[in-house]
Design a protein around this ligand. Structure first.
Ligand code: ADP
Length: 178
């Protein structure tokens, strides 16, 4: 049976799922927004693992680490995804955002996660317009869920009412696959 998508307003560091996805930057050095919140919640062990195992990450891709202190409420992995900076829409942003979600999903799937939570990648400081960011996110994750063997639940955790409403609209408009 294909898995399902849920939308929720909230703070992704408070969510008990197997894997949470971070909106990271190419340097994987920690930053503001959701990245800062996840690093604060996980503690320094996760940053140490990022530094020792990876040398940055290209836009449109992602890497996986353990979850540090987020493990206290059941999170096993953090997937650090690098979404595109919005430059007007003619710089491959849509493909890169799709690729960031797809790579993240597959890393969580390969690790054996059954549930995964995503933030609205690129829709904060990186400036990707909300309606487009929501449509790409939902379409990509829906298509991944159809093929998934391990992940059965994908949750979008949206930090503001505006973001939640944009995702709710995009979910209603999501066309059936095929
Ligand atoms: P990016 O640089 O990819 O745009 P940001 O962290 O600036 O990443 O923003 C991505 C989204 O994450 C925005 O919608 C922002 O409001 C949201 N966000 C910020 N903090 C959190 C949090 N603790 N939980 C979930 N979403 C968050």
């Amino acid at each position: 049976m294909p898995g399902w998508i849920e939308l929720q307003r909230g703070d992704i560091t408070m969510i008990a799922v197997d894997a949470i996805v971070n909106a990271a930057n190419q340097a994987l050095a920690g930053g503001g927004g959701v990245d800062g919140a996840i690093h604060r919640a996980a503690g320094p062990g996760m940053a140490d693992e990022l530094r020792s195992r990876y040398h940055g990450c290209p836009t449109g891709s992602a890497v996986l680490t353990g979850s540090g202190q987020l493990g206290d409420h059941g999170v096993r992995w953090v997937v650090h995804a690098v979404g595109p900076i919005w430059r007007g829409g003619h710089d491959g942003e849509e493909d890169l955002l799709r690729s960031a979600y797809k790579t993240s999903f597959l890393l969580a799937e390969d690790a054996g996660a059954r549930s995964v939570a995503f933030p609205a990648i690129s829709a904060g400081v990186y400036g990707y317009p909300l309606a487009g960011a929501a449509a790409v996110a939902l379409r990509t994750v829906r298509d991944c869920l159809v093929r998934a063997e391990s992940i059965e639940r994908a949750l979008f955790v949206l930090f503001s009412t505006d973001t939640l409403e944009a995702f709710e609209r995009a979910l209603r408009e999501l066309t059936p696959r095929g």
